[in-house]
Ligand binder design. Structure first.
Ligand SMILES: [Zn+2]
Length: 359
């Protein structure tokens, strides 16, 4: 792999836009940083103006991507269904939304490149149309999915592992906001990607993975109920009604705490589930939520009840296989991914080892 250092190929203007957006910059932000007019940058990004070598050097320095990044010609896809219709989208700035979409896009490009040499097995996730008359409900789809994956009754021990076993890739990522829990993206021909916000507590990550899994399975085309359908899928997937129903009698905060330890879902989700299954009334639910709010559990439930961390493996294995089995160096792999080496290491290298040798 050789580094392209001159314009023998054409710079792909779309890559300048993508790079800029992954850094959370508007066109005018970047034009200022480059000390050029926004008009000039706009024409460069639209392909009306050729990028001079000098401009390319400054763009590469300011955006912190190697020069060959801008020569990539991978296809760029629009935002996926769950990204477009996310439940809290309204509260998020366009800039941040664009940044997250761009990062999803870029990560998909990089992962596709890594998957040329790594076999992660077949994808056992089946899209299910739920709009047709007589189609299954989201709850039925959740039960069918559990059955197809041979999951035992009762709680899901490790949600990340369940998704990885089915061929989904879970990617930990700081989304730079608390307003988005996760994003998913399934481009035909690639495994579905689940981006989970590392700012979220584990109980919420687990539920949100269920929600995104629901989107991936049920929503190849969007509909106006998709948020509540994805929640219904997640609730039944993590807390199947036939398994949890009898445990939801006489709910108190103490009981919710012990149920949380067992089911690894938030106390709030358990209260909601109890109400959905008619085990408590609207008033009882409100009373329990109020008690939780008084203890400050509304913003964060007690740390002692936090489910054990579920560490994604597949995503990190993609780089590991290249480094350990295919003989790539960090430098070569960062060139393959068109990233500066430090950034490559920060994103793709993760040591599951926590202990070091005492010397
Ligand atoms: Zn959603």
């Amino acid at each position: 792999m050789k580094e392209l250092t001159n314009n023998t190929h054409q710079v792909n203007p779309c890559m300048i836009t993508l790079a800029r957006e992954t850094r959370g910059l508007t066109q005018s932000d970047l034009a200022n940083m480059l000390s050029i007019t926004q008009g000039k940058l706009s024409k460069i990004e639209s392909g009306f103006l050729q990028v001079s070598d000098e401009d390319l050097v400054s763009i590469s320095n300011v955006l912190k991507y190697p020069k060959h990044f801008f020569f990539q010609d991978d296809p760029i896809y629009g935002p996926g269904v769950s990204e477009l219709f996310h439940r809290k989208r309204q509260a998020i700035s366009t800039k941040l939304l664009k940044k997250n979409h761009a990062i999803v896009q870029l990560r998909h490009m990089q992962i596709s490149r890594l998957l040329k040499s790594v076999d992660i097995g077949s994808i056992n996730i089946k899209p299910q149309d739920i709009d047709e008359p007589g189609a299954p409900t989201p709850e039925e789809v959740a039960r069918m999915t559990r059955a197809m994956w041979n999951l035992p009754n009762g709680p899901i021990n490790n949600m990340v592992e369940v998704i990885e076993n089915a061929g989904g890739i879970v990617i930990p990522y700081d989304l730079d906001t608390n307003k988005i829990d996760a994003m998913s993206r399934w481009i035909p021909g690639s495994p579905p990607l689940f981006f989970i916000n590392t700012r979220m507590p584990m109980d919420r990550i687990r539920f949100t993975l269920g929600h995104e899994l629901g989107h991936v399975i049920m929503h190849t085309t969007p509909n106006s109920d998709m948020e509540s359908q994805a929640d219904a899928f997640a609730a039944e997937f993590l807390m199947p009604s036939k398994d949890i129903r009898t445990s939801l009698d006489n709910l108190t905060l103490e009981k919710l705490a012990s149920l949380k330890r067992l089911w690894k879902v938030s106390m709030a989700a358990l209260i909601y589930r109890a109400k959905e299954l008619n085990k408590i009334t609207e008033n009882q639910a409100r009373y329990l939520y109020m008690q939780m709010a008084r203890l400050g559990y509304k913003t964060r439930e007690p740390e002692s009840l936090e489910p054990p961390k579920e560490q994604p493996q597949l995503f990190y294995d993609l780089a590991k296989v290249h480094l350990e089995d295919l003989g790539y160096t960090d430098t070569e792999l960062s060139i393959l991914l068109s990233l500066n080496e430090d950034e490559f290491k920060g994103i793709y290298k993760h040591s599951t080892r926590r202990l070091a040798v005492v010397r």
